[in-house]
Structure formats: structure tokens, C-alpha cells
Ligand binder design. Structure first.
Ligand code: 13P
Length: 256
């Protein structure tokens, strides 16, 4: 039985004050005994601060990205060991905003995946098609290509204890979420695609949905058999909305 993961991606938002209030709000709203995993990924500069605010809570600390090198002359980069040292366990990679604005390729993202696995941490690999690709009927081909880059570089076993976040680019920050049926169809395709290589790996891999998830639409998305939680942007900046999403994931898990 897969344990859903609800993860908040704060993106380029926040401040010390905001982080303090948001974490306090989450600790207040969420019991320490939850049936799903909860993670938050603040901007890298606040990770250490947030780790201390989280002390004693079961909320997992995540990062939004990582460099591929471990040390050396790479100005501006942050290594996986540095993230690990401040308590990060889950690292988002391949977000469409990095693929688009930083021109990150599938192969480069696969390298990040490998570095994270090597460090014993959990990659959260974002995949998903653009609106144009969706309209051209290329959703499956794009998702398969983005997953195959990792399989080709590292083998399918790399997806053991890993997370995939299906985030259709057209749904991110637009208020236009995929419907539960639309998302389920793609999630099933992703799981089946991995199962062609290894059924056991496919069965345990967490596949989150991301893209305009909020406190209103989360519950229905989570009823779908292959949706294992969510990667949440905007709604993760509000403690009450994020807590509603976490509780919806718990409720759905109890029924699955
Ligand atoms: P929104 O929830 O704001 O659409 O963002 C989704 C996302 O990109 C999470 O990584």
C-alpha cells in the first residue's frame, strides 16, 4: 500500500517571518500522527531555519532543486550533501519552471536524479507536457521520454523509493487543474510504462499530481487509484488550505 505524499513547493516565495508563521500554522492544523507523508520545500536560504521550526514535527524537509556536483568551483550551486546536512530528505528536480527558464534537459535532470539517489535521498521528479504538446496529443510521449531519460541513465530500479510528480505545464499556476479522470489516465500510463520494465518498482513508486491543486479539488483528485498525493504550489503558502489538502489525502488513503 503506497503512502501518499503531499508536498508544498513554496517556489520563490517567503521570508523568515512568513516561514515562521506558516510552519507554526501547519503544526497547529496537523496532528503528528498522519497517515500520509507531508513535506515542505522552502527556498534554499530558509532550509536551516525551517528545519529548526519543524523540530519534533513529522513534516519532511524538502528542497526545490540541487546541483549535480558535490563540491568545487561552481559558483551559486548547492550540493546534495549540503542539503542533506541541513536535514533535507526529498528534492524536487525537473520542475517545468527549471526546464523552461534554466533550459534543463532530460539528461541533465537524470544526472540530478542519480546524485540524489547516491546520497540516499528521495528525488521528486517532475514531468509533464505543455499545453501545445497536450493539444497535439503528445502527453504520453513527453512523459515517457522524461521518465526514460532516468531509466536509460540509471536503470528502472532507480525509481525504488522515488517520487514522480505529474505536473501538466498548462495546469501550473493557472487555476485550471487537470480533471481527476484526465490525471488518473496519465498516472496510469506512467505506472504502466514503468511496469513494462519492472512491475514491483511500478507498484511502489509514488506518483503525485501537481497543477492548481487546492483545498476544493484535492479530495476528488485523491480518490483516483493512481494518484498518490500532490505537489502543491500556491495553496501550500496558506496553512489552512494546505492542511485541508493533507487531510483529504489521508481520508482517500483510508478508502483505497
Ligand atoms: P500551483 O499549485 O501553484 O499550480 O503549482 C504547482 C507546482 O508547480 C508545484 O510544483
Amino acid at each position: 500500500m503506497r503512502k501518499p505524499l503531499v508536498m508544498g513547493n513554496w517556489k520563490l516565495n517567503g521570508s523568515i517571518d512568513m516561514a515562521k508563521n506558516l510552519v507554526a500554522g501547519l503544526r497547529n492544523e496537523l496532528s503528528t500522527d498522519v497517515a500520509c507523508d507531508i513535506a515542505i520545500a522552502p527556498p534554499v536560504v530558509y532550509l536551516d531555519f525551517v528545519k529548526h521550526q519543524l523540530g519534533g514535527s513529522n513534516i519532511i524537509l524538502g528542497a526545490q532543486d540541487v546541483g549535480i556536483n558535490l563540491s568545487g568551483a561552481y559558483t551559486g550551486e548547492v550540493s546534495v550533501d549540503m542539503l542533506k546536512e541541513v536535514g533535507v530528505t526529498h528534492i524536487i528536480i525537473g520542475h517545468s519552471e527549471r526546464r523552461t527558464y534554466h533550459k534543463e534537459s532530460d539528461e541533465f535532470i537524470a544526472k540530478k536524479f542519480g546524485v540524489i539517489k547516491e546520497a540516499g535521498l528521495v528525488p521528486v521528479l517532475c514531468i509533464g507536457e505543455t499545453e501545445a504538446e497536450n493539444e497535439a496529443g503528445q502527453t504520453q510521449a513527453v512523459c515517457a521520454r522524461q521518465i526514460d531519460a532516468v531509466i536509460n541513465a540509471l536503470g528502472v530500479q532507480a525509481f525504488n523509493h522515488a517520487v514522480i510528480a505529474y505536473e501538466p505545464v498548462w495546469a501550473i499556476g493557472t487555476g485550471k487543474s487537470a480533471t481527476p479522470a484526465q490525471a488518473q489516465a496519465v498516472h496510469k500510463f506512467i505506472r504502466d510504462h514503468i511496469a513494462q520494465k519492472d512491475a514491483k518498482v511500478a507498484e511502489q513508486v509514488i506518483i503525485q499530481y501537481g497543477g492548481s491543486v487546492n483545498d476544493k479539488n484535492a479530495a476528488e483528485l485523491f480518490t483516483q487509484p493512481d494518484i498518490d498525493g500532490a505537489l502543491v504550489g500556491g495553496a501550500s503558502l496558506k496553512a489552512d488550505a494546505f492542511a485541508v489538502i493533507v487531510k483529504a489525502a489521508e481520508k482517500a488513503k483510508a478508502k483505497k
